[in-house]
Design a protein around this ligand. Sequence first.
Ligand SMILES: *Cc1c(COP(=O)(O)O)cnc(C)c1O
Length: 495
Amino acid sequence: MNLSYESTRNSSVKSTASEAVLKGIAEDGGLYIMRNIEEKRIDINILKGKSYLEIAEIILGLMLDDFSKDKIKECIHKAYINKFSVEEIAPVVKVGEIYVTELFHGPTSAFKDVALSILPYLMIASHEMNDFQGEIIILTATSGDTGKAALEGFKDVKGTKIIVFYPEGGVSQVQKSQMVTQEGSNTYVCAIVGNFDDAQTGVKKIFTNQELIDKLKEKNKVFSSANSINIGRLVPQIVYYFSSYMKLYEKGTIKLGDKINFSVPTGNFGNILAGYYAKLLGLPINKLICGSNENNVLYDFIKTGVYNRNREFYKTISPSMDILVSSNLERLLYLISCKNNETVKELMTELSDKGKYEINEEMKKILKSEFYSGCVFKTETQNTIKNTYEEYGYLLDTHTAVAYKTLNDYKKETGDDSVSVVLSTASPFKFSSSVYESLYGYSEKQEFEIMKELSKRTMIKIPENLLGLENKKVLHNNLCKVNEMGEFVTNIALG
Ligand SMILES: *Cc1c(COP(=O)(O)O)cnc(C)c1O
């Protein structure tokens, strides 16, 4: 057995890649992470001329090292062929002096599709490999985009049920419409009274409810997670860092070996962590640039080495980044502490006891050398959308605009003129009213009317999956309190 994964909090909690995909989170509460990633290098020369899917096969094969090559290929094909509106999956476009990798051409118009299209297939494969034939119950808390992408990914996938909780009033109108009109015989959606962190805490409680877990076991069922703590979500995200690089090489913009920067709009730290993995696997990356909105806990952390979640929570125009506890940061702590599980465990205990921790000097040094951080508030985000549209005719969404501005700030501050890529995480039409307001001022109209007007005035097409959403039938109208989430899940799981 290839026990190449371990818990970030305890090196004796080991697992194979497929087990890690199944379980989502390690039994000691830590996150699964590949121990010797630096031994697995990818020679970028072999990626020349390869398609996105072929690059994915190489990277997934390396990281999910107990899956057969054929299995991986099958999962990739099921996930991506005919599911994305562009064959390239993640096209790179030039906007002024910088490059934008568009990750929003999937079935729900947000970058989470890249990972959540393939996760169901990786999970089913993992179950087969580990001789489990029962039912998988996926539980997910969402700040908006994960929920829809997970519902779409797991919809009618045999042997699974998916339950999504979202904060009532905490997601955009489009995000809500996408979720409550979800079709599929195995999909369940429930709003909760509270914010995203409340939803996430509620889900974690259900995951660790031993009585419920035992009851499920009797019926040959298990819980799993579609949140970005699952390595099955993280690994597919490494691919577009490599594919972006190779596209720039193929355009003649860079030579193989040139270092480039990536700027990433960040919330749970999953996307940007995949970039750090890419770097560890040998991709020539100079800086990873972390953009935050008003909830700038990561900005402070990268600047000072102090993580402090004791602060006000803001609802912003980039709601998918409205997070104060960035789960995937735990994996970064492991990597920059030189795999010191004890240190990670201590820091995580401090976080849960006091809501804050400080890393040591050596860790700070590595953090600062690998990452740059910026935070961009509402007015600046709106100005960035307006200016980029007026200067280049390119329409950014509210999340991508944060990363775009952070990159410009970085360039100004450091004078670094290496080729730089912004990862675009959502279609601007997913956040139509905020984008519209940035360009033309506030509109009283309904969200879907604004969407059409935005398209008309910019002459940019609305993605197919968002068209006609307002006329779709509402199929889910559940609402519960945080302490009722357990009952909601029990009824579905055991029913
Ligand atoms: C989830 C999301 C993010 C944040 O990504 P993380 O991996 O959680 O850091 C940014 N933008 C959009 C549109 C998202 O849906």
